[in-house]
Write a protein that binds this ligand. Structure first.
Ligand code: EPU
Length: 346
């Protein structure tokens, strides 16, 4: 029988972050059964210490060691909990690998997550930054998130509205340290309704020779595009997009577009704003493929910072700050990091 939880002292986190930077934590709490969270968090060594929630480690940068207690919830179960005729509700534990959940649902004829194929990380981390790709965000499919609420010291259930999803944002992200996500419930359709609006997907399907794509075809197209554009963290350390695409006032976007007509601009979070391509802005400042020691910018995608070997988190953070400063100086746009930075302020 597996223990319900395990507390390790002075643990190494270098293999638990996809940047593969060196970092340690005074305590690593591995929780196999979320029902044991209350007991685990009440351990004498743990009580009162700051907590860091760790999923697949694919969306954080250790600029220093993690303070206090690092918590990893395993919870690897996934099942269909409700059949709603043309739809089904899938429940997945926080520890389920995200891409495994995507393929698991497609194998059962359930559609909706195909555009989110191959995103690194765990299911428990998915709602925190409301993972999104190729025109779809996970928040569209989430019906509820089960979490441990450290304020109330009890398990809680947040429906979609309470999760307050935004672009790479949620109630969980806005209040780090409060919630420990234990399970996610998703509403998936039995009939595919392919979302092909994002540039590149239609072209990829055409290259694949697929005329009437099903959900699996879309997943395959997304996988091909990602493999081509984004470095594989198993090969070179990275955390996907390092910066969010900046949302700016529409008038500012228009002025920038007048000066730079090729700058990609998308709908913002309302009429008054536009979302700009951070990759384009960074690329235009000449950073793509740059390398300083082992810290660099991917030669395949300007939004992705990479660790070529032994870069430290601080070296990567320093590079990121200089990239943001040069984009600000040239375009007057402030870039914000997408991953959580541990051990330093942005
Ligand atoms: N571009 C450049 N130079 C580059 C790369 C891209 O100029 O080196 C320009 C191109 O014009 C391209 C545009 O930027 O058309 C957009 O690029 P891309 O389609 O790769 O999307 P993105 O806006 O850079 C976002 C997400 C990705 C997600 C893709 C696809 C953010 C911060 N990033 O990137 O998410 O996979 O769209 O939907 O929103 C992640 O969050 O880690 C991530 C990889």
């Amino acid at each position: 029988m597996t223990a319900l939880f395990r507390l390790l002292r002075d643990a190494d986190l270098s293999t638990r972050n996809t940047f593969a930077v060196a970092a340690r934590t005074p305590w690593l709490l591995e929780v196999n059964d979320p029902a044991a969270l209350a007991e685990a968090l009440d351990l004498e060594q743990v009580r009162g210490l700051p907590l860091l929630m760790l999923g697949g480690g694919s969306n954080l940068l250790f600029a220093g060691d993690a303070p206090g207690v690092t918590v990893a919830v395993r919870a690897p179960e996934v099942s269909i909990i409700e059949d709603r005729g043309d739809r089904a509700i899938v429940r997945a534990g926080a520890g389920v690998d995200w891409h495994r959940l995507v393929t698991w649902s497609l194998d059962r004829g359930l559609c909706g997550l195909e555009n989110l194929a191959l995103i690194p990380g765990s299911t428990g981390a998915a709602p925190i930054q409301n993972i999104g790709a190729y025109g779809v965000e996970v928040g569209e499919h989430i019906v509820a998130v089960d979490a441990w609420d450290r304020h109330a010291r009890q398990p809680v259930r947040l429906d979609r509205a309470a999760c307050a999803f935004g672009y790479r944002d949620s109630a969980f992200k806005r209040d780090p340290g409060r919630w420990i996500v234990t399970a996610v419930e998703l509403d998936l359709a039995k009939r595919a309704a392919p979302r092909l609006d994002y540039a590149g997907i239609g072209e990829e399907l055409a290259r694949m020779g697929v005329a009437a794509p099903g959900a699996r075809d879309v997943a395959e197209a997304v996988i091909r595009i990602r493999r081509r554009k984004l470095p594989d963290p198993a090969v070179v350390g990275n955390a996907g997009s390092f910066f969010k695409n900046p949302i700016v006032p529409a008038a500012q976007a228009q002025a920038l577009l007048d000066a730079h007509p090729r700058l990609p601009a998308f709908a913002g979070d309302g009429e008054a704003t536009r979302k700009l391509s951070a990759a384009w802005l960074i690329d235009a400042c000449g950073w793509k493929g740059a390398r300083e020691g082992d810290a660099g910018v991917s030669a395949a995608h300007a939004l992705v910072l990479v660790n070529h070997g032994h870069a430290t988190g601080l070296q990567l953070l320093d590079l990121a700050r200089r990239i943001a400063a040069s984009v600000h100086a040239r375009f007057g746009v402030a870039l914000e990091p997408e991953p959580r930075i541990v051990g330093a302020d942005w």
